[in-house]
Design a binder for this molecule. Sequence first.
Ligand code: PEP
Ligand code: MG
Length: 908
Amino acid sequence: MPETQDQQKFVYDFTEGNKDLKDLLGGKGANLAEMTNLGLPVPPGFTITTEACKVYLDSGEEPSALRDEVSAHLEALEEKMGKKLGQADDPLLVSVRSGAKFSMPGMMDTVLNIGLSDQSVAGLAAQAGDDRFAWDSYRRLIQMFGKTVLGVDGDHFEEAIEDAKRAKGVTVDVDLDAADLKKLVGEFKNIVAKETGRGFPQEPREQMDLAVRAVFDSWNGDRAKLYRRQERIPHDLGTAVNICSMVFGNLGPDSGTGVAFTRDPASGHQGVYGDYLQNAQGEDVVAGIRNTVPLADLERIDQRSYEQLMQIMETLETHYKDLCDIEFTIERGKLWMLQTRVGKRTAGAAFRIATQLVDQGLIDEAEALRRVNGAQLAQLMFPRFDHEVASGDTVRKIGRGIAASPGAAVGKAVFDSYTAVKWSRSGEKVILIRRETNPDDLDGMIAAEGILTSRGGKTSHAAVVARGMGKTCVCGAEELEVDTKRRRMTVPDRDGKDGLVIEEGDVVSIDGSSGKVYLGEVPVVPSPVVEYFEGRMHAGADDADELVGAVHRIMAYADRVRRLRVRANADNAEDAARARRFGAQGIGLCRTEHMFLGERREKVERLILAHTEEERDTALGELLPLQKDDFVELFEAMDGLPVTVRLLDPPLHEFLPDITELSVRVALAESRKDHNENDLRLLQAVHRLHEQNPMLGLRGVRLGLVIPGLFAMQVRAIAEAAADRRNAKADPRAEIMIPLVGTVQELEIVREEAERVIAEVERARGVDLKLTLGTMIELPRAALTAAQIAESADFFSFGTNDLTQTVWGFSRDDVEASFFTAYLEKGIFGVSPFETIDKDGVGALVRDAAHAGRATRPDLKLGICGEHGGDPESVHFFHEVGLDYVSCSPFRIPVARLEAGRAAANSR
Ligand code: PEP
Ligand code: MG
């Protein structure tokens, strides 16, 4: 039964929480509690829960019990500290900080020095023995509070500071003395009164309550909402609020503040990583007012604190068993821990750290698999820019946008789709630059090496489509002014005037992994991880090799535990060989239509145009040896491993010329009285085969049933190729797959014919080919009648591309580029169902069909060969529903292997 508001506890002392209560206490609060319980020096305080925030956001009011609970915790805090909030002669001051479950830089962060007032400022001055410090603290409170709690435009305060400095003839804040700051406080109070119609609140508890409410409100601020949308953080989590007694890093040279990592977040190496700023508060570090010193220098400045910090860092690493980042303050020689969390890291560091922690005995292999993911591996497999050149003089960084689709792309700037297509046809590499893209830009996006926009976020049209194409994209690079009419973009100067102008044809480089945009050509270096998978690189001593070594080990863990096998979608020997190097355990889908293109198209045309049985048999006879050779090569590349060959799937008109082009050609010829018999016959055939909805028309098994001899020819080619390999003492393992089956009767007819052909070849060649015959499940009816279909199938392979198309009624060729952006923005789904399997709909059909099929035939082999086979989240789903393998494009095989391993590690 859910707790009612009356029973709920809305406030937790730091001593009451722990790191596992992030839902309730937010990341910051949970970790402050954890550190407190570890006995680390955390300034005492308490956390108001996300539940309280949710009540406030739902009803517009704080829960009725909150005020009393806060009072009780505040009293306990005052008792612990031996002073009261805002006490005139010796004030307890607190910070009020937001802290959601996931760190959200778009939100209001902190108000410091709550509790200072016209009265208590003197008490603080007396206690600290420092007037300037006290007035500066009060000045900071009014400024921060005014801005973030009362909504006063921050420029008013900045202008007042500038005026004060100008009046005194100084340039930096620190040259303002106590009297100047006291005067400034007066001016700040006037600003607040003028802008808000009331004075700055002098009552400490009111200050605190207003700050808490402002944190709650900040959850629904524009920036926070935008950030959540981009990062796919649910909107209903709410934020916690941390109230923490203040410690000061700005009380003289024996005070200071810093940040630290327990190991290098870029390389994963252990050591002393961080920055320290003497005589300063946290915000000064961020504001970059003075230069920080490397953390190692703290040893010289304050050896005792340094050693204590090192010890604490070790405690935290051992306790969290992971890289932690830390914020700390030293107040007059006493070290205080203000924050810790498991730190963010680069993809490479994630792999390195996971293996380092295994070596240290802190985590086991299963946990190491949980610490990395397929998206990180995919990132490591993209080529990247040569960072030395990127930061040198030959190229110039001109902006930074959102890293929307990874990789590195270089090309000439073009500002419209037409030019992109035209230039790329003449062999130029281009980067398509737009303010934002829309479906009309699709051709240009396909033609371009990469896409750059100055508007839009991670779910903008450009981002979604580029990711779908696996094309590098940087979007929302707002400092770039794109002027498509004048075919140029400008990078304005600081004063907003036109600065640098980039014209059509200038070379630009975009980094889809960092969002950086450069003018000039940045050399692209291949990924060491791909070099390793290709077998061109082995673990060694230098930095890239160390990464390769870590990837090698993690892949070995994954391969050891995974239950799902991983196959490739490949239809030529080259792809098959690469897939095998990448770890493929067979081919899950060979699309034979890809073998009918190029110069063979003409032969297919002859088959389609055949009027008589004889003509048809001749056409098929010409195709047979070509098909057979294709399969021999494929079986050779995958010797000893299964190869699923799918019989022809697409509608025949795809092999014929475009209806409009051909009609024009025939019409022009007619007007010249120049009859071309062949073109006329072709046009008739094109008309005969034309369909309004080809995806739902004469394709797949339907073709095999309607065009006599077509499937039989393909089956014969497979069987003869297998027989050849057998005779060569090799081990071909062909599986024949029938596409687009909707009912078992279709399969039965094709199966009967196929078995007859196979038996003929076996007899003629004196071999037992052990060919199996199965079907794709890619229509809802096939899934719903899986129990019957399994009677005639040795295996099922789920074609989740068509299944998604037919279950949703979405045209797979059109919708992603048309209305999906709107759907994503409205939150109808968080990701395209063509990218990640829709578990509740399409996935449910897969699960049920798998069970039904196995109920009929317990040894039924189950696989998936749609695009979802290489998608991390989908791989976990296929593991859960008990499939035997996933099949995906060669490049995604390592990701699928890793995710299959992670899925197995998670379910142990
Ligand atoms: C599918 O539909 O999921 C599939 C793999 O077949 P194709 O993409 O070739 O239609
Ligand atoms: Mg299909």
